[in-house]
Design a protein around this ligand. Structure first.
Ligand code: SF4
Length: 454
């Protein structure tokens, strides 16, 4: 490696797990002396952290990569890396398709970036996609926000949802120890972070691979136990977690959320379909009745909690009637937010080769109808905030109006109000809500807090 500082650029596609991995890898690169470059064309090392859930993300990677591969002809010491799920899935095939690539690395290898890069700088083309035991993270991620941070608690997934590529690209479940998670949160608290989101593909599986049981035979390490264990970390004012799985969601967890003041009143629990036969074909392991019982239980303990979810329309074989069951579930539960997607077959997943695929027209028609109802329901849910005083954690300036700042309520609603970002960043501000829209709120600060320390 040359002694003058080299610059890196990371482009991230896909989910929060990928974003958290990118921050970690950026931290490793900065530790190695690399400097961040906003412009990929000025960078000496480019890393694409890819996602294979959506088709368009995959296509984008190939087009970005094509451009940079051309640049490499003029600049042979440009280092090109593809990481993430596409890398894991395609492996060596990617090197054959884009021979200019220096490295293809699966998501389990993110923490090994420095070792792998040393092999690259020694002149090797590296493929790192084998299943590994994930090394405990000792690096300091370069985090995008100075206020909120993601903390991985479990990697991988042992489920086998028939549409999902995650288990084959991210491997089996591997939980971090509660001590390691707490230590990372303590460090974040010292650095001035106020909010932490604990992350896992199926966070309710947390701890089941860790040893130890209680005298009653219950697993000693569950997400609920983890919340109690990390709850008093100094400086961290809010704790969130995602993504929940209806199959493993427990009443004990809801009671913990109700009891622990730092845990925000927001649950993200994907239901995917409102029809039992579709859920069975997806191998989700629950029925829509069970899902409704979970929501009822949440609303029993925490009536005001906000609830968001993910849903897929146009799964192979989904009939109009089955799709309407999804609309019905949305209508009856009234979600604060619903992430929707039209089913798209992912190579290597069981459902991708089924013959009963639906046409693009049917899928996009159903997606539009679902999205229409999502906005109506979200707008209705937003209205309950009108006139209320909500605690908002200020994250950024409003990009569209510099006289305003933006942050989130505990229920995760994006909220805007007039204020100076230099004074308010990282502050918890009481805001009176004066305007509600489907997915955001506006209001007025009712008290001006002390200057932020971040
Ligand atoms: S729970 Fe299902 S959808 Fe979620 S990551 Fe695991 S296999 Fe994929």
């Amino acid at each position: 490696m040359s002694s003058s500082p080299r610059r890196y650029h990371i482009t991230t596609f896909g989910c929060q797990m990928n974003k958290a991995d990118s921050e970690r890898m950026a931290g490793i690169l900065e530790n190695m002396g690399f400097q961040f470059s906003e412009d990929p064309n000025q960078a000496d090392l480019i890393l694409y952290n890819t996602c294979s859930i959506r088709d368009n993300a995959e296509h984008k990677v190939y087009s970005y990569l094509g451009r940079q591969a051309k640049r490499k002809l003029q600049q042979p010491n440009l280092t090109l890396i593809v990481a993430g799920c596409v890398a894991q899935q395609e492996g060596e095939a990617l090197l054959r398709r884009v021979p200019e690539l220096d490295m293809v690395m699966g998501p389990q290898h993110a923490n090994r970036l420095e070792d792998l890069l040393e092999q690259v700088f020694a002149g090797n083309q590296v493929v790192a996609t084998e299943a590994v035991h994930i090394m405990e993270d000792i690096t300091k991620p370069r985090r995008e926000s100075q206020v909120t941070a993601w903390v991985n608690v479990i990697y991988g997934c042992n489920e086998r949802c028939t549409y999902c590529i995650v288990p084959s690209v991210r491997g089996i479940e591997q939980s971090r120890t509660p001590e390691a998670i707490r230590a990372e949160m303590e460090e974040l608290g010292r650095q001035g972070y106020k909010e932490v989101t604990l992350l896992g593909q199926n966070i309710d599986a947390y701890g089941r691979d860790l040893p130890g049981t209680t005298p009653e035979g219950r697993n000693l390490h569950t997400l609920t136990d983890l919340l109690y264990f990390v709850h008093d970390v100094p400086g961290i004012e809010r704790i969130r977690f995602a993504t929940s799985h209806p199959r493993y969601f427990t009443e004990r967890l809801i009671r913990a959320c109700q009891e622990l003041p730092k845990v925000c009143e927001h649950f993200h629990i994907p239901f995917q379909s409102g029809d039992n036969d579709v859920l069975k074909a997806m191998a989700r392991g629950y029925t829509q009745e069970k899902y409704r019982r979970i929501i009822d239980m949440i609303r029993h303990y925490m009536p005001d909690a906000s609830i968001s979810a993910d849903a897929i329309v146009g799964f192979p074989g989904e009939t109009e009637e089955q799709f309407e069951n999804t609309l019905k579930l949305l209508e009856e539960i009234s979600f604060d937010m619903l992430n929707t997607a039209a089913y798209s077959p992912r190579p290597g997943t069981p459902a991708a080769v089924w013959e009963n695929q639906l046409s693009e027209e049917v899928k996009s028609d159903r997606l539009q109808r679902l999205n229409h109802l999502v906005s109506i329901k979200a707008a209705e849910r937003s209205q309950r905030y009108l006139g209320r005083i909500e605690e908002v954690l200020v994250e950024e300036q409003n990009a569209k109006d510099p006289t305003q700042v933006m942050g989130r309520t505990r229920g995760n609603r994006l909220t805007f109000f007039t204020g100076d970002i230099n004074q308010l960043k990282g502050q918890l501000v009481q805001v009176k809500i004066t305007e509600s829209r489907a997915f955001s709120l506006s209001g007025e600060a009712i008290s001006v807090p002390q200057p932020a320390l971040v």
